[in-house]
Design a protein around this ligand. Structure first.
Ligand SMILES: *[C@@H]1O[C@H](CO)[C@@H](O)[C@H](O)[C@H]1NC(C)=O
Ligand SMILES: *[C@@H]1O[C@H](CO)[C@@H](O)[C@H](O)[C@H]1NC(C)=O
Length: 281
């Protein structure tokens, strides 16, 4: 198996040389030619027009990892479009860790929607505005998933954490025994995405295009024939990484300044009390 170690490599040249190759790591799964792998595997683009969106999936299944992807979201008038980037297993009891980017009119802010499903149960939405224009440049969206916690980060700033609370016995399952694929797709969701569905997709702007580069996974892979982790993963930083004090402070900063929806404070939705993970820090 290949272990992409560019996480530790400071030199941009080496990082590019060691970074993931889309031909090697991903399959285009739908879109009838609308998804393209370009530039010798260094760039992937998804596009959407009135007929169809498009999507891709990792060739490998992962069971814990630190997975980084750089994405440049649909520029201009992206209202009605959704770019989803997520880890997921399959089946009705699936686990899933989501980023979804809801487009907007030119100049109006995207919403970054996040969710965590465990054993088929989701409903853990948190939504954020971003502190930059996600359509101008590539930005790094990271999912750290290890046995203790899931940490979502943007450009290295943690924005959300979901902890393994199984030992607390409060009935909150943690994803730990279903391997997940990496998926991404771009599709039309103008019935709900932008201002709750008020702003529709302007098809005169099609095709809409999102771009991906510099995929990096430090991860354990699972297949029918072999399971493998980076050799020293149990001692390596990602496998045991948790938020330090500065990480906790940065999550607070993001949540205070950029969070626009948190299921853990939506008392209308949970009149009988919030889910247990909301009150366990
Ligand atoms: C789009 O812009 C409007 C107006 O600023 C804002 O209320 C909304 O949250 C933005 N994002 C989406 C996805 O609707
Ligand atoms: C394994 O350990 C070595 C030495 O600590 C470190 O340089 C390397 O990055 C580690 N690799 C992984 C995949 O954790």
């Amino acid at each position: 198996m290949k272990i992409f170690i560019s996480f530790w490599v400071v030199s941009g040249f080496l990082a590019a040389a060691l970074g993931g190759n889309f031909n090697q790591d991903f399959d285009i799964t739908w879109g009838d030619g609308r998804a393209k792998i370009l530039d010798n595997g260094k760039l992937l683009t998804l596009s959407l027009d009135k007929t169809s969106g498009s999507g891709f999936r990792s060739k490998k299944q992962y069971m814990f990892g630190k997975i980084d992807m750089q994405i440049r979201l649909v520029p201009g008038n992206s209202a009605g479009t959704v770019t989803a980037y997520y880890l997921s297993s399959l089946g009705s009891n699936h686990d899933e860790i989501d980023f979804e980017f809801l487009g907007n009119l030119s100049g109006d802010p995207y919403i970054m929607h996040t969710n965590v499903y465990t054993q088929g149960k989701g409903g853990r939405e948190q939504q954020f505005y971003l502190w930059f224009d996600p359509t101008k440049d590539f930005h790094t969206y990271s999912i750290l998933w290890n046995p203790q916690s899931i940490i979502l980060s943007v450009d290295g700033t943690p924005i959300r954490q979901f902890k393994n609370l199984e030992s607390k016995g409060v009935g909150v399952a943690y994803p730990k025994d279903q391997p997940m694929w990496i998926f991404s797709s771009l599709w039309n969701a103008d019935d709900w995405a932008t201002r709750g569905g008020l702003v529709k997709t302007d098809w005169s702007q099609a095709p809409f295009t999102a771009s991906y580069t510099n995929f990096n996974a430090l991860a354990c892979t699972v297949s029918t024939t072999s399971n493998s982790c980076p050799k020293n993963s149990s001692s390596s930083s990602w496998f045991s990484e948790s938020l330090d004090n500065s990480g906790v402070e940065r999550i607070k900063w993001v949540q205070k300044n950029y969070m626009i929806y948190d299921y853990c404070t939506d008392s209308k939705r949970f009149p009988q009390g919030f889910p247990p993970e909301c009150s366990i820090a």
